[in-house]
Design a protein around this ligand. Structure first.
Ligand code: XMP
Length: 510
């Protein structure tokens, strides 16, 4: 039987899911479980190896996290990382100490190249450390394989038992040869087959949902974004029309957006109802200038509309959400579960209780969601949509909102999107949009004086929206944008390019 699976046991470290992702990048299926899961309760078919993650605790604490010891009897290779190394050393009767100095950040590492784990790794390279505790006495039967200035045992192994361990984090990019080490473990030592594809993940998760929720009714709020679209498509492939999707048009979407996304949803076979609530939203927002008040009005009313529509569909037990891994903020044990139940619903009203949330994407990173989307037939353009804020264009019209200002933002935003796409930059830039500012500016159009508004272009590069740099748009492109916006959109007097980074700025202007 082929060996095609790695189990990662999670001791609550920051990089637990990253380890899973690195294994998947090698084309090997990996799944994350709480560290103390009963080994015999897991499906061990095809198991090639086990990885123990890092974690914030000290193994010397009385209540420190422990794994089911049966894992050491499975006769598969084991790799301990950080707390994983300390836990293994502790279990095999070595000693761990807490020195006064911790070791954080990039550190030079020396390795014994004879170790299979360090094949093709130079004797000296840079790795990422993040620990306080360290080995003070190596367990019997283990041999030291790596060290740093502050950490006498940064790597150890017991080849007889096929147990390997490192104090540093090979999974983070700052560890120069980290990927090589993980490859050495997964492919050479565990002999795992590189046969896993995103299509397999899709099939597996669809089957899982089908089995668990065959005749249940579920509701999903679609936003037009990639996460909710992929989540809904996955669930819809499992339970069909028992999933009712609701798409609320709050009147603050981009040009043609509502029609375009509805078309995509229909082509994907989603059972979706579009609710045109734009008049309600715009009436509520009339004359409101403060950005936070605008956000609150939109958020509250969105909930009201969603609740109203959900009731019409009848009692749905579950809410489907497109939560992805970076959104998962809970710590510890249940991080791995694909489908989490008995959870109150963040962002939805307290009294609108569901029996559970179904979050099929909660173990995936954004680029994996995109790959999954493509694998299940979500169109490329939808998969590569830029992030769009819930309050939509309301926070791109400074101050109070009118149809006229929205129209200017829609038209200029369309020109920007078209030109960015023509320049082949649409998949490189994180977000790009235009902002209507209340600044009036004098100009001369066709020999006559004009007095129109300033439009700002915002285009940013980022990987997570936490920090951003203004995109380095070619000057010719900026010139084209300025002249097209002023010539083609009535009410635009001047175009400026925002070069503020975040921090100190934010992506949106309000
Ligand atoms: P900022 O402007 O805070 O934006 O740098 C970071 C990311 O969040 C989006 N954003 C929002 N999304 N509701 C949302 O759903 C909001 O009120 C909101 N404000 C900002 C923004 O587009 C960017 O992707």
């Amino acid at each position: 039987m082929s060996l095609n699976k790695i189990i990662v046991l999670n001791f609550g470290g920051q990089y637990d899911q990253l380890i899973v992702r690195r294994v998947r990048e090698l084309g090997v299926y990996a799944e994350l479980h709480p560290c103390d899961v009963e080994i015999n309760s897991l499906n061990l078919e095809g198991l090639a190896g086990i990885i123990l993650t890092g974690g914030p605790q000290s193994v010397n604490d009385k209540n420190s996290l422990k794994a089911d010891k049966k894992l050491f009897d499975l006769n598969v290779p084991i790799l301990g990382i950080c707390y994983g190394l300390q836990y293994i050393n502790h279990e095999f009767k070595g000693q761990i100490e807490t020195p006064t100095n911790a070791e954080y950040g990039k550190t030079p590492l020396l390795v014994d190249n004879k170790s299979a784990l360090f094949k093709d790794v130079p004797q000296e390279s840079t790795i990422w450390m993040n620990h306080k505790d360290r080995i003070s006495k190596i367990a019997d039967g283990f041999k030291k394989t790596a060290w740093t200035l502050n950490c006498p045992v940064a790597g150890m192994e017991n080849t007889e038992k096929s147990i390997y361990a490192v104090q540093f984090h090979p999974e983070v990019v700052h560890s120069e040869y980290g990927k090589t080490m993980l490859k050495n473990f997964v492919i050479d030592i565990c002999k795992a087959e590189q046969s896993w594809k995103m299509e397999d993940f899709a099939t597996q998760i669809i089957e899982e949902i089908k089995e668990k929720y065959k005749n249940e009714k579920m509701i999903c709020g679609l936003s037009g974004g990639v996460d909710s679209t992929v989540a809904a498509t996955i669930v819809s492939k499992a339970i069909g029309d028992n999933l009712q999707c609701i798409f609320v048009d709050h009147g603050l979407l981009r040009k043609n957006e509502a029609d375009e996304v509805m078309e995509t949803y229909k082509n994907l076979g989603l059972n979706v109802k579009k609710v045109d609530a734009s008049k309600e939203f715009l009436d509520l927002l009339k004359g409101v200038e403060d950005p936070e008040t605008k956000r609150k009005i939109i958020g509250n009313h969105f909930v009201e509309v969603f609740e109203r529509e959900a009731k019409e569909f009848g009692k749905a037990k579950y809410l489907v959400q497109g939560t992805i891994y970076p959104d998962v903020i809970e710590s510890g044990k249940d991080k791995a579960s694909v489908i989490k139940s008995h959870h109150n619903v963040g962002g939805l009203p307290e009294n609108m209780l569901f029996e559970g949330l179904v979050e099929p994407l909660r173990s995936l990173f954004k680029d994996e969601v995109r790959a999954l989307g493509e694998a299940i037939g979500v169109p490329h353009d939808m998969v590569w949509r830029q992030p769009f804020p819930g309050p939509g264009l309301a926070i791109r019209v400074m101050g109070d909102i009118t149809e006229e200002k929205l129209k200017i933002v829609r038209e200029t935003d369309k020109i920007l999107r078209d030109e960015i796409k023509n320049a082949g930059l649409n998949e490189d830039i994180w977000q790009y949009f235009t902002v209507w500012t209340p600044i009036k500016t004098v100009g001369v159009k066709g020999d006559a004086r004009s007095y129109d508004n300033v439009i700002a272009i915002r285009a940013v590069e980022s990987t997570d929206a936490m920090t951003v740099e203004a995109a380095n748009l070619p000057y010719e492109l900026l010139q084209t944008l300025s002249s097209r916006m002023i010539n083609e959109v009535a009410g635009v007097g001047r175009v400026v390019y925002d070069i503020t980074s975040k921090p100190p700025g934010t992506i949106e202007w309000e």
